[in-house]
Design a protein around this ligand. Structure first.
Ligand SMILES: NC(=O)c1ccc[n+]([C@@H]2O[C@H](COP(=O)([O-])OP(=O)(O)OC[C@H]3O[C@@H](n4cnc5c(N)ncnc54)[C@H](O)[C@@H]3O)[C@@H](O)[C@H]2O)c1
Ligand SMILES: [Zn+2]
Length: 384
């Protein structure tokens, strides 16, 4: 036979038995680089890609602003590139869009050892990451997050998914990127509402894990809101380190009691109730954090003063802490109904992360609808 490698296997006939136990374990280590400008970002991306062909996945807005330039810089380096662009916005994080991406990859020159480069916000990294996990049973992908939210949160951790009309992130996987390259200068083109949405996730990680980061955000909130790149660099770096530390404790969520879900129980319900799109993820999470804090106060788990300090920081960041501050105001009943679906899936219980202080939280699954209603009502009547 004309081959270079001959593989020989000759196991003995296995002994009969009922249970066959097998295991597999893939350890994935990847680096996150926070770089100041595009030149450094391209260097970092090129060193990760090597000689592979690249499928750049981006959205329409980011294509115009940054991704087309990145693609031509990679082409100038002699790399073979194809680009797939999806419409901007949460509605693209869907099964039909993922299916379209898979069709485009199937028609392209991208093979098993090539790389998918996700350039955009969390919608692009979640959708492209999931497509990368499925295409040819998994091809490598590199995240170049271009929103603050994606730099500090969505691009890290390997949770990839698309939404379903019945629930956020319903269809997905754990599939870590090969690398993450966060470039600060891309944040300069972000509108202030998107910057604020990203600050919500930074406040979240600070509340659950770091007094130091909380103090930093409190002291620098004005600079952060004005897109001061020096302050943003410190924020992106610190929040990325903390997210990694929290994810590493339980990367595949074998224990579902995750502090990182702070604000997300009600937050996801708000996004579902408003049809994915009009309310930004960070805005929904901010309302979710305020609601969880109110429940925590009502249960006597956190001092009113400590809770007020957190809610005040959310307000100082111009984040919504009351439903009526949202761009589209969901009725409390709609939020409860969306939570009801999650409750049903989870056998009647809903998991809430209830902070007890900065750096500590209780994770409970016995929060009743009337407590959630009371919390939403207290917030609308001005209680912090
Ligand atoms: N996988 C995770 O662990 C994780 C964590 C947090 C959030 N998420 C998900 O991330 C998504 C939200 O991500 P997002 O807030 O980045 O939203 P997004 O991806 O929709 O981006 C927001 C908007 O900003 C535009 N944009 C992106 N970069 C830009 C730039 N540099 N300049 C100007 N405009 C730019 C986009 O075109 C889009 O219109 C949600 O679906 C959320 O569920 C996932
Ligand atoms: Zn989130």
């Amino acid at each position: 036979v004309d081959t270079d490698v001959v593989v020989r296997c000759d196991y003995p006939m296995p002994t009969p038995g009922d249970v066959i136990t097998t295991s597999s374990c893939r350890r994935r280590e990847y680096s996150i680089r926070v770089v100041p400008d595009e030149a450094s970002a391209i260097e970092a991306v090129v060193s990760e890609i090597g000689f592979a062909s690249v499928a750049v996945v981006t959205d329409e807005m980011v294509a115009r602003l940054h991704a087309e330039r990145i693609a031509s810089a990679l082409e100038d380096r002699g790399l073979r590139i194809c680009t797939v662009t999806i419409p901007s916005g949460e509605r693209s994080k869907s099964l039909p869009m993922a299916s379209r991406l898979l069709d485009e990859l199937a028609d392209s020159h991208i093979g098993r050892r090539d790389v998918l480069l996700a350039v955009g916000g969390g919608v692009v990294s979640d959708t492209a990451g999931w497509v990368a996990s499925a295409f040819m049973r998994g091809i490598p992908y590199i995240n170049v997050p271009t929103t603050l939210l994606a730099q500090i949160d969505a691009s890290i951790g390997g949770k990839v998914a698309v939404d379903h009309q019945s629930a956020k992130n319903l269809i997905g996987a754990f599939y870590e990127p090969q690398a993450v390259v966060s470039c600060l200068s891309y944040l300069e083109t972000l509108d202030s509402r998107q910057v604020i949405s990203g600050i919500a996730e930074a406040i979240k990680v600070a509340v659950i894990a770091s007094n130091g980061l909380f103090d930093f955000i409190e002291s620098n909130i004005t600079r952060l809101l004005h897109t001061d790149l020096g302050s943003l660099q410190l924020l992106v770096h610190a929040a990325s380190v903390l997210k990694c530390a929290l994810v590493e404790r339980d990367p595949y969520e074998e224990d579902l009691r995750r502090p990182l879900n702070f604000g997300h129980t009600v937050g996801h319900a708000v996004e579902t109730a408003t049809g994915y799109g009009p309310i930004l993820h960070g805005e929904a999470v901010a309302l979710g954090m305020a609601t969880a804090l109110r429940i925590s106060c009502a249960r006597g788990l956190i001092e009113e003063r400590a809770s007020a300090r957190i809610v005040d920081l959310l307000s100082a960041a111009r984040l919504p802490v009351v439903s009526k501050e949202l761009a589209v105001v969901p009725a409390d009943d709609d939020i409860i109904r969306a939570l009801g679906k999650v409750r049903r899936v989870r056998g009647g219980s809903l998991r809430f992360v209830l902070p007890t202080a900065i750096g500590s939280c209780a994770i409970v699954d016995n929060v009743r609808d009337d407590e959630i209603r009371a919390a939403l009502h207290d917030l609308s009547s001005g209680r912090r």
